[in-house]
Design a protein around this ligand. Structure first.
Ligand SMILES: [Mg+2]
Length: 161
């Protein structure tokens, strides 16, 4: 039986760092999609299953903050860890206000990073379960109190949500 792996989207414009970290993360059983631009990260998240993302803050083109916003908008359950260099702490803090799970300073300790990624994944799973439970309760409520036509309409809305 295949072991369950966490699907990680990793974006960083420093190619050497991206490659070496990707190898380390793959050795720790992450399924990694590695890209070096925010634009590519947004595109990759549309074409691959992604549980969590690791996003560099400073990148040319679409930076980490914009990438975070775009990913969160399109993928409601995705949790995102921001990587930041020295001098960008204010923007990193801003990112957590905009929905990032956590920010870590570069260079970061591998064990600390792994811990952060695993916790981000746990949060993602809990969020997803909570949302599905909410939908299920709504479904029950609607089915008890509405006409068949209203039920169908609400079901479609809940399914689209
Ligand atoms: Mg960078």
């Amino acid at each position: 039986m295949q072991k369950h792996k966490i699907n990680l989207l990793f974006v960083d414009d420093e190619d050497r760092f991206l490659e070496s970290m990707t190898r380390l993360l793959e050795a720790r059983d992450f399924n990694v999609v590695a890209v070096n631009r925010g634009e590519k990260a947004i595109e990759a998240a549309r074409n691959h299953p992604v549980d969590i993302a690791l996003v560099d803050l400073k990148m040319p083109g679409i930076d980490g903050e914009e990438t975070l916003r775009a990913l969160k908008k399109e993928h409601q359950w995705m949790e995102i860890v921001i990587l930041t260099g020295h001098g960008s702490i204010d923007s990193a803090v801003e990112c957590t206000k905009n929905g990032a799970y956590l920010y870590l300073q570069k260079p970061c300790d591998l064990e600390e990073l792994l811990e952060a990624l695993k916790n981000a994944y746990k949060k993602r799973v809990m969020n997803k379960n909570a949302i599905e439970e909410k939908r299920m309760n709504e479904l029950l409520r609607v089915s008890q109190s509405s006409s068949p036509r209203d039920i169908l309409k609400r079901l479609k809305e809940i399914d689209a949500g």
